[in-house]
Design a protein around this ligand. Structure first.
Ligand code: AMP
Ligand code: MG
Length: 477
């Protein structure tokens, strides 16, 4: 089959990657093929099927693929690692989809590369299916995200705390350019390569930006807007990424690297699920601050491009960094307007949103918004809200401000179904034991998150508090 690869990264950016073949796996079997996404990529799902296990395990390469491991660095939990890179992933190349969008096709778990350090280059089936599920759920929720094209079991075991079935994920993304890609070259003093990367990223992700003087500032502003909008969407959904290291933050503004991520149930700003986030650096309520911290790392790599005069370049960068909190805030208020069914923008909307969020303390984040849509009085929410007094005090301002068609607007902005932790764990445990039915069913529930459907009530409910209190997520590496 003709994939019509057009590999601009490999062609335009020599010196930013190493050419590397996937390591063969012993007995690949197809676990899941995303036929809708395949069709979006211009591939015929039926024609793919016979070779799917071989292709999506890396045992065979599609025609036109030029596999490479990309170099990148990154700040991990605040500390700088000058060399990370694709240690278990390979970019096969890029395909122009049926909408004319250029998309990366990459394997994850495809074997060792020069960037593997002490890792085995592999991935386990549970984390692969977790990334599959989370990415598809986010896409259906309307959040920019990488997608999963396929999951293949390798037939080999991977050794983690215990032996686990191995798997390979095929990931589709707008690109895999990260803040960490820029940091890799900036840390080596390779200003020319930073500039080449910026030119490439602009042409690929922000083609409408003005050319000429000031274009790198415009580029930085565009990345800021995209990432601020993304984090505002995460916050609206109660999504906790879990590892907002600079190597996991894309230049395109898409969510990537679903490792220890999870959706919050009872609202508390300090919520953390990741077993390695001991200090709560990437807690729910910290994500907007980390957005600014990460963008500061990107700005540092771009300073030499902002202005030939260094002092002036630094001033320009600082001006930008000072504006990020306000840019994020505006995006967050916009998300909240939709969630609360407000029409237009008014002074006081931010306070109204803050008021509701405060009243949600301890209450299931997703159900709190979803049930508010159909409530006609605070009493309708008794039993759900922990702080009825706060809700009652807030109610009259909202009544006065909300749009006439608020219920319909709110149904479309507040999901009934999210990947709830207990459901995800249950689906992955069954899959590991060879039963894919719960995974398939959860995937189908999450494909249409804004429409209540009879028979799916249990998927809309939080786990018992005791579950979430002790629930921990792992990077799965
Ligand atoms: P992540 O936590 O998945 O974002 O990965 C951080 C870094 O560790 C990246 O450079 C990965 O390529 C690398 N890495 C993670 N797991 C493995 C593994 N099993 N083998 C080799 N490299 C890995
Ligand atoms: Mg990563």
């Amino acid at each position: 089959m003709d994939w019509r690869f057009d590999n601009s990264y490999a062609r335009d950016l020599p010196g930013t990657y190493v050419v590397q073949k996937p390591e063969p796996v012993p007995a690949p079997t197809l676990v899941k093929l995303n036929t809708a996404l395949a069709a979006e990529l211009g591939l015929d799902p039926a024609a793919l099927l016979p070779d799917a296990a071989a292709l999506f395990s890396g045992n065979a390469l599609p025609e036109g693929a030029e596999p490479i491991a990309q170099a990148y660095a990154g700040h991990q939990f605040g500390g700088f690692s000058p060399q990370l890179g694709d240690g278990r992933a390979l970019l096969l190349g890029e395909v122009i989809d049926i909408h004319g969008q250029r998309r990366d096709i990459a394997l994850k778990g495809s074997g060792r590369t020069p960037f593997s350090r002490r890792g085995d280059g592999r991935a386990a089936l549970g984390p692969v299916l977790r990334e599959y599920l989370m990415g598809e759920a986010m896409a259906a929720l309307g959040v920019p995200t990488s997608r999963a094209l396929a999951a293949v079991a390798t037939g080999a075991r991977v050794q983690r705390e215990r032996g686990l079935p191995g798997a390979v994920l095929t990931r589709v993304a707008a690109s895999h350019l990260r803040i960490g890609t820029f940091e890799f070259f900036a840390a080596r003093g390779d200003r020319a390569m930073v500039q080449r990367l910026a030119d490439y990223a602009m042409a690929r992700h922000y083609p409408d930006l003005p050319q000429g003087e000031g274009r790198y500032l415009a580029f930085f502003d565009a990345v800021t807007r995209a990432q601020a909008r993304l984090i505002a969407q995460w916050m609206g959904l109660g999504f906790i990424h879990g590892v907002m290291n600079t190597d996991n933050m894309t230049i395109s503004g898409e969510t990537i690297d679903y490792g220890p991520c999870a959706f919050m149930e009872a609202y508390s700003p300090g919520t953390v699920f990741s077993s390695i986030d001991h200090q709560g650096r990437y807690a729910y309520g910290n994500q907007p601050l980390i957005l600014g911290w990460n963008l500061a790392r990107l700005a540092e790599t771009l300073v030499p491009l902002f202005d030939a005069d260094e002092a002036r370049a630094i001033d320009l960068a600082n001006e930008r960094l000072g504006a990020i909190a306000g840019i994020y805030r505006a995006e967050w208020v916009q998300v909240m307007r939709a969630k609360l069914g407000l029409d237009g923008a008014q002074e006081g909307d931010a306070d109204l949103a803050e008021g509701f969020v405060a009243a949600l303390s301890g209450t299931d984040w997703t159900l709190g918004f979803r049930r508010l849509a159909r409530a006609t009085a605070p009493a309708d929410l008794r039993g759900l809200f922990k702080d009825m007094a706060a809700l009652e005090a807030w109610w009259p301002q909202w009544q006065a401000r909300r749009a006439l068609d608020a219920p319909a607007r709110m149904q479309a902005a507040n999901p009934a179904y999210i990947p709830r932790n207990a459901r995800v764990e249950e689906a992955l445990a069954a899959a590991e034991a060879g039963d894919l039915a719960p995974f398939e069913r959860l995937l189908s529930v999450l494909a249409d998150p804004y429409t209540d459907r009879p028979g799916l009530e249990a998927y809309a409910l939080p786990a018992p508090e005791s579950f979430n209190d002790s629930f921990r997520t792992f990077c799965g590496t």
